[in-house]
Write a new protein. Structure first.
Ligand code: SF4
Length: 344
């Protein structure tokens, strides 16, 4: 598996370079397309989900990672910022904490964050890459997540080993299966256990995901019959042109064609459900963003809104204009795409 953009010194490691590619005049303009469809600018409604990116350290280096995460990255949320997250959950009515990374479990304060949020009665989601469950220092991670009744969202782009490994690294499919079976043995994905295990599909190339419902039926059948694995829901996500997927698009000459494909599939019906309307993203240093994609582009909240978690103010965050860019076509194309799957 290739190293991160950062380790390779690739210019796209700099968010400014990614923003430059997205601002290319040859690329369709998202704000113009909204206007042409008679839609108002995208505005946030409230904060239902605090999505906290606790760092960019990961044990994997997946080909399409928008975070450019990997073992060489060092960014990690410090304990006092974790404390800010818990204070916000304690003081404000934010029902869900969604923890992402990198591999979020590798942050030394991950379990403190989970325990704190669960003690406050919050729903907690862990975006788990599955292979982290096999790291010796994480030997009890699966049991910890089950005991805390954390919902798991795990990437599995295919029920075929070669396709998954091509995207996520050699041997990742087998290790993911072992992780899934272990989670199943704890009750995850089993009917009536209340332990939720959702999977994420994303396309292998420069195309949109197929219909989520049909794909879920296929994944359920194949994973059960071939691999004895159960799960709850499948989320079909589009790849956004950010990070290593942007590198792939540019390196293979697919960039402009992919952006055209997304723009041609623009679906006005997906816009009201865009996740940035009800989610707030927190960076490893506590900076706030409209979503994890904007975070990776270093694309700040609009002016006038407190930009850091320590000044979290739901009244000033609700109604803010979302800082959209041309990458947003990825969320509004076809059936729509979000961290919770299709939007329509
Ligand atoms: S990338 Fe998606 S979630 Fe983020 S601001 Fe754009 S439309 Fe909203």
């Amino acid at each position: 598996m290739a190293a991160t953009l950062t380790a390779r010194g690739n210019p796209l490691a700099a968010p400014a370079e990614q923003r430059r590619a997205l601002a290319d005049p040859a690329v369709p303009n998202f704000a113009d397309r909204l206007k042409a469809a008679g839609l108002p600018p995208v505005t946030a409604v409230r904060v239902d989900i605090l999505q906290v990116n606790v760092g960019r350290v990961c044990n994997q280096t997946c080909r399409h990672c928008h975070v450019d995460a990997g073992p060489d990255r060092r960014e990690a949320m410090a304990r006092d910022t974790v404390g800010h997250c818990l204070r916000v959950l304690r003081e404000f009515d934010v029902p869900t904490l969604d923890i992402t990374g990198g591999a979020p479990e590798l942050n030394p304060h991950f379990r403190e964050l989970v325990r704190g949020a669960r003690a406050l009665g919050r729903r907690v989601i862990d975006r788990c890459n599955l292979t982290v469950l096999e790291i010796p220092a994480q030997a009890d991670l699966a049991e910890f997540l089950a005991a805390q009744r954390v919902e798991i969202v795990a990437s599995l782009p295919s029920f075929e080993a070669d396709r998954t490994d091509a995207q996520r690294g050699d041997g990742v499919f087998e290790r993911s299966l072992r992780g899934l079976r272990r989670l199943n043995a704890l009750g995850y994905g089993r009917p009536d256990s209340g332990l939720i295990l959702n999977l994420v599909y994303n396309p292998a190339g420069a195309f949109l995901p197929p219909a989520q419902g049909e794909l879920e039926i296929q994944f359920k059948r194949e994973l059960r019959e071939r691999w004895a694995v159960e799960f709850n829901r499948l989320f079909a996500l589009a790849n956004l042109p950010i990070g290593r997927f942007l590198e792939f698009l540019l390196a293979t000459g697919n960039y402009e064609g992919y952006m055209e494909r997304l723009a041609n599939a623009f679906n006005p019906a997906a816009v009201p459900g865009l996740m940035c309307r009800t989610l707030l993203s927190v960076g490893w240093d506590g900076t706030l963003y409209d979503c994890d994609f904007n975070q990776m582009l270093d694309w700040p909240l609009v002016e006038g809104v407190p930009p850091h978690l320590r000044d979290f103010n739901p009244a000033r965050l609700a109604g803010r204009r979302v800082a959209v860019g041309n990458h947003c076509f990825g969320c509004a194309a076809g059936n729509g795409s979000s961290c919770g799957g299709s939007l329509t």
